[in-house]
Design a protein. Structure first.
Length: 436
């Protein structure tokens, strides 16, 4: 039986150093890229998290040879793919558990002419439509079918043909999928309104090292000259920026002096600035970020004196995956802030747990919450709660570590989806946490 709850005794300051894992959402993209080549692709800094384990099992099921060189480095070789696996119950079951499985479609379609996928899993945080993926693949000449009864998607194409694509919306996994299809298409593909976050950039850089011809990397217009075949390459994942943000929030809430080692500072975009607007001091030391112990932190207002709003937007805007962390951090700040989660409509409901813990929050509607910071006049109190999704789960864990007394967080397999060995790493910096 897997133990699926954390018991946390909160209220103690933590201290020391913590190293972020390799990025979950980059891993889910780049682990699909070896399907595009018959040669070896070596990927390092791969996090040991449930989503990655499942995606690697899917690749193995498809016949990809997987060799584990050490704890975080794997060699993948897709020289003999078994497309029949797509029809198996095991494929349906595993692929429907993770969001990352959606990015098997682009490479399978490009290299083998067809792909099939059940509705992918991932967080239940509101509608997560896939139109952008399939409209893009259809523009490249693929035929698309959706079976609404079985909830499965099919795509098929004898030869993909490069073209101009105006993406339906700025979708991270949608861009990754269409890029992976276009690299082997005939002729030139232009993808406008492309997502350009660091993990999409990393995917494009890996594909270019494998022999693809992608230009415009880091912009919202990617131009891809199709090639006949791709070769092997090596790739190292970036540190996980959502973990980095989670640890900054953890340090501020628990009044801890923490240093995040090798944080990938150059790739964090606007994230440090948003924490600074919450009044949190960050000391950048090379590639490390030190957060000194904060007795208090004060939310800044805008230049005109109006209340700060923190909202998510496609990169280089603020990532939606850190909104729950910002919300929890605001509960002990001095001042008020409006948290506006624009992308997902079910990501803020976890505030009822924070309210039970003593936080002052008004949930205005599914997308907006106003937080009136307590400024440590009273600590949050420990309670028993359930983690609804990966980032709310970590936000609740941070709340529990800062709270007075004992908390129990259930359903922590949500957290295990994306944070490796989290309780060991937190114990190492002084947290009182146990899996029960
Ligand atoms: C495995 C993976 O990499 N998952 C990430 C990926 O998911 P994923 O690629 O599934 O998310 P998308 O980028 O497609 O879009 C996320 C949501 O935002 C909406 N949307 C998107 C663009 C836009 O301009 N307006 C808008 O409202 C979409 O309709 C969708 O509901 O990107 C999301 C957005 O950064 C992150 O939360 C997920 O953690
Ligand atoms: C929403 C997330 O993940 P996924 O897309 O895998 O559900 C996330 O990482 O915050």
């Amino acid at each position: 039986m897997t133990l699926d709850a954390f018991e946390v005794i909160g209220g103690q300051a933590l201290s020391g150093e913590i190293v972020p894992q390799g990025a979950k959402n980059e891993a889910l993209q780049v682990l699909c890229a070896p399907l595009l080549s018959s040669e070896k692709v070596t990927i390092s800094n791969v996090p040991q998290i449930q989503d990655v384990v499942l995606l690697i099992e899917l690749l193995e099921g498809l016949g990809v040879k997987v060799e584990r060189l050490n704890a975080d480095t794997y060699v993948f070789q897709a020289d003999d793919i078994n497309m029949v696996y797509l029809n198996s119950a095991e494929f349906l079951n595993k692929a429907s558990k993770i969001r990352g499985s959606v990015m098997l479609i682009g490479p399978l379609l490009a290299r083998y002419g067809r792909a099939f996928l059940p509705k992918p899993g991932g967080d239940k945080i509101g509608r997560r439509r896939l139109d952008t993926h399939f409209l893009g693949l259809q523009s490249l000449g693929a035929e698309f079918k959706f079976d609404a009864d079985l909830n499965v998607y099919f795509v098929e194409a004898r030869q993909l043909q490069g073209t101009y694509i105006l993406m339906d919306e700025i979708s991270v996994t949608g861009t990754a999928n269409v890029v992976m299809a276009a690299v082997l298409a005939k002729g030139t593909t232009t993808i406008y309104n492309a997502a350009c976050e660091p993990y999409v950039q990393q995917l494009c850089k890996l594909l270019n090292r494998m022999g693809a011809r992608i230009s415009g990397v880091s912009s919202n217009m990617l131009i891809i000259e199709g090639v006949e075949a791709l070769g092997g390459a090596e790739h190292r994942l970036l540190p996980d920026m959502i973990e980095v943000g989670s640890f900054i929030g953890l340090a501020a809430m628990t009044q801890s002096d923490l240093t995040i080692k090798a944080a990938g500072v150059a790739e964090l975009g606007i994230i440090p600035r948003v924490f600074e607007r919450m009044g949190i001091e960050l000391i950048i030391q090379g590639d490390d970020i030190r957060i000194p112990a904060h007795e208090h932190y004060e939310i800044q207002s805008f230049i005109d004196g109006s209340i700060l709003t923190i909202y998510d937007a496609p990169w280089p805007g603020f990532t939606p995956d850190l909104m729950s962390i910002m919300l929890v951090v605001a509960t002990q700040a001095r001042g008020s802030v409006l948290i506006h989660q624009k992308m997902f409509e079910s990501r803020l409901f976890f505030v009822d747990k924070l309210i039970d813990m003593g936080a002052q929050i008004i949930l205005c509607d599914p997308h907006r919450a106003t937080v009136i910071g307590l400024d440590r006049r009273q600590p949050l109190r420990g309670i028993s709660m359930t983690s609804p999704d990966i980032r709310a789960g970590v936000a609740l864990l941070i709340a529990a570590l800062s709270a007075k007394g004992r908390s129990v967080i259930h359903n922590v397999n949500q957290i295990d989806r994306g944070y490796q060995f989290i309780e060991e790493r937190l114990k190492n910096i002084g947290a009182q946490i146990a899996r029960i």
